[in-house]
Design a protein around this ligand. Structure first.
Ligand code: SAH
Length: 217
């Protein structure tokens, strides 16, 4: 089966599994996932699976990308922050659904590869930063939406502080990375007040706190 027919099947699977937002489905159909996976996994680019990328990280499962993106309820006027650029796949999807996407990655090598992909695909509304996403991006805050694509032990308060006061939404997996499942949590700020909902279980690599390793920066 070629990429095109695998892609059609995957989009149908996503719709049947609860990704009903047509803008999200269409962005996922248009962004070629084969541009973001390692060469040895090219044949699985349109499989509904997470796949290994460099630096011991993963490109998320398409279903999780679809459900988390949908949970953000994006509009094309929003400024959005993503933590954990990784391959750049989720960032590319978000960039098609918002005005400007800011994305932070702690591994410079991964970020450089993602930046090359963004340029090659003419995704010009993405701004990147090599740094510690746990701290967010205070100089660019506030953000209407924040998506974390690594599991945080607790909800990072610095990210909550960088959400817009009126209707800001933060979506992130919360839980110990050594546990079987983490839970995707949606935190909403309305008139400065916070509320949170648990959405669905997932399994992500950990959101690393602080910066230490030599491969970073
Ligand atoms: N969104 C990615 C999935 C990446 S996996 C994609 O679509 O491919 C999670 C990523 O979060 C990894 O690349 C990891 O290096 C990064 N990460 C973990 N802790 C981080 C932190 N504190 N700051 C920035 N990035 C972090």
């Amino acid at each position: 089966m070629n990429h095109a027919s695998r892609r059609i099947r995957l989009i149908m699977d996503l719709r049947n599994s609860g990704v009903t937002d047509t803008a999200v489905l269409s962005a996922m159909e248009r962004i070629p996932r084969e541009n973001f996976v390692e060469e040895s996994f090219l044949d699985q680019a349109w499989a509904n699976r997470a796949l290994p990328i460099r630096c011991g990280q993963t490109i998320s499962q398409p279903l999780v990308v679809g459900l988390m993106t949908q949970a953000l309820a994006l509009t094309d006027r929003m400024r959005v922050l993503e933590i954990g650029t990784g391959s750049g796949y989720q960032a590319a999807i978000l960039s098609r659904l918002c005005r400007r996407l800011y994305t932070i990655e702690r591994h410079r090598d991964l970020l450089a590869m993602a930046e090359t992909r963004f340029t090659a695909m003419s995704l010009h509304n993405i701004t990147t930063l090599a740094g510690d996403g746990w701290k967010g991006w205070p100089r660019q805050a506030p953000f209407e939406r924040i998506l974390v694509t690594a599991a945080a032990r607790v909800v990072p308060q610095e990210l909550v502080a960088q959400l817009s006061d009126d209707g800001g939404v933060l979506v992130l997996p919360v839980g110990d990375a050594s546990l079987e499942d983490q839970m995707v949590v949606r935190v909403t700020k309305s008139a400065g007040k916070l509320s949170s909902e648990q959405l669905f279980p997932v399994r992500f690599v950990p959101l690393v706190e602080g910066v230490s390793k030599e491969s970073v920066y």
